[in-house]
Design a protein around this ligand. Structure first.
Ligand code: ADP
Length: 278
C-alpha cells in the first residue's frame, strides 16, 4: 500500500515536498495466508481419523454388534486412529511451544556427542526391527553447543526416525559428527549428519520439506505414522539455536540431513558451566 502525505513547502523549493510512505503489506498478507492454511490443514488432519472413529463406532453399535471378530479388528483400527490424533496434537503443541520461545536463545551447555549417542542407543531396537544397521561416527572430544538439551534430542530423534522410516528398509543409517573450521567472518560450526541409503528425495521437494504438513509421499508418511510436522519442528528449533538444517539427497542413493550449529567456545557466554548432562 502506498500512502502520500503532502508536507509544507520547504524554503527555497517551488514544489511542496511529498513524503511517500511505502508500506508493504505483502509480508503481512503472506503470514495471514499461512496461518489460515495451517488451521485448515490441522483441522483436516484431525478430522480424517475422527471420521474413521465415528464410522467404526456406528458399525460397532449397529451391524457388527454381535460379531466378535469384527469387534476385535475394529477396536485395533480405532486404537491406531486415536494414537494418530494424539501424535498430531503432541506435535502441534511442540511446534507452538517452540515458536513461542524462538527468539529466546537457549543457555544450556550441551555436548552433541552425548545427544547423538543417546539417540543411537534409544533407536537401536527400532533399527534392528527394520534390519537397519544404525551406527555413530565421531572424532574424539566434546562437541559443545549452547542449546536446549531436550529440544536438540528431539531434533536428532526426528532425523533418525525419518531415516529409519523412509530409508527403505535394510542398509545403513549413520549418525556422524564433525567440526567445520571458521573464518574471520564466521565462527566454527559443528555438524551432526544423519545419512541413509533410502530412495532419496527429488530436488523439487527439498526446499519445501520444512513446511508444515508437507510430505513427499502422503500415503507412505501416514502409513509410517508421520504427522508431516517433524521437519517443521526441526527448523524452528534450529532457528532458536542460530543453526540450520541442510538437506542433500540423490534419488536412488539416499539422503543426508545435516544439523549445523555454532560451536560454543571458551570465552563465549555460559562458559563457566560444565558439560554435564544438562
Ligand atoms: P513426517 O511426519 O511425514 O515424517 P516430516 O516433516 O518429518 O514429516 O518429513 C516430511 C516429509 O519428508 C516426509 O513425509 C517424507 O516424505 C520426507 N522425508 C523426510 N526424511 C526423509 C528421508 N530421510 N528420506 C526420504 N524422504 C524423507
Amino acid at each position: 500500500q502506498i500512502g502520500a502525505l503532502p508536507m509544507a513547502a520547504a524554503p527555497g523549493v517551488g514544489q511542496p515536498n511529498v513524503v511517500l510512505f511505502l508500506r508493504d503489506l505483502t509480508e503481512a498478507r503472506r503470514l495471514e495466508t499461512m496461518r489460515v492454511d495451517f488451521v485448515a490443514n490441522a483441522s483436516h488432519e484431525l478430522r480424517t481419523p475422527l471420521a474413521s472413529l465415528s464410522g467404526f463406532i456406528e458399525t460397532l453399535q449397529g451391524p457388527a454388534r454381535d460379531d466378535e471378530r469384527a469387534r476385535e479388528q475394529f477396536l485395533g483400527i480405532m486404537r491406531t486412529q486415536a494414537q494418530r490424533m494424539t501424535r498430531l496434537i503432541d506435535d502441534l503443541l511442540s511446534l507452538s511451544r517452540i515458536e513461542l520461545r524462538e527468539h529466546v536463545p537457549p543457555t544450556q551447555l550441551v555436548d552433541l556427542r552425548r545427544i547423538a549417542r543417546q539417540l543411537v542407543d534409544e533407536k537401536a531396537p527400532l533399527a534392528a526391527e527394520r534390519g537397519i544397521a544404525l551406527t555413530i561416527q565421531a572424532p574424539e572430544g566434546p562437541f559443545p553447543v549452547l542449546g536446549d538439551r531436550d529440544e536438540l534430542l528431539r531434533v536428532v530423534e526426528n532425523l533418525v526416525e525419518n531415516a529409519l522410516k523412509y530409508g527403505g528398509g535394510g542398509g545403513l543409517v549413520e549418525v556422524s559428527l564433525e567440526r567445520e573450521e571458521g573464518s574471520d567472518s564466521r565462527p566454527p560450526h559443528l555438524v551432526l549428519a544423519v545419512r541413509d541409503q533410502g530412495p532419496g528425495i527429488a530436488p523439487e521437494h527439498i526446499p519445501r520439506l520444512t513446511e508444515r504438513f508437507y510430505r513427499v509421499d502422503t500415503a507412505s508418511s501416514r502409513q509410517q505414522g508421520g504427522t508431516g510436522l517433524g521437519l517443521a519442528i526441526v527448523k524452528h528449533t534450529l532457528n532458536r539455536h542460530r543453526g540450520r538444517l541442510a538437506v542433500e539427497s540423490e534419488l536412488g542413493r539416499g539422503t543426508i540431513m545435516r544439523v549445523v550449529l555454532p560451536e560454543h567456545r571458551p570465552g563465549d557466554r555460559a562458559d563457566s558451566r560444565s558439560l554435564n548432562p544438562s
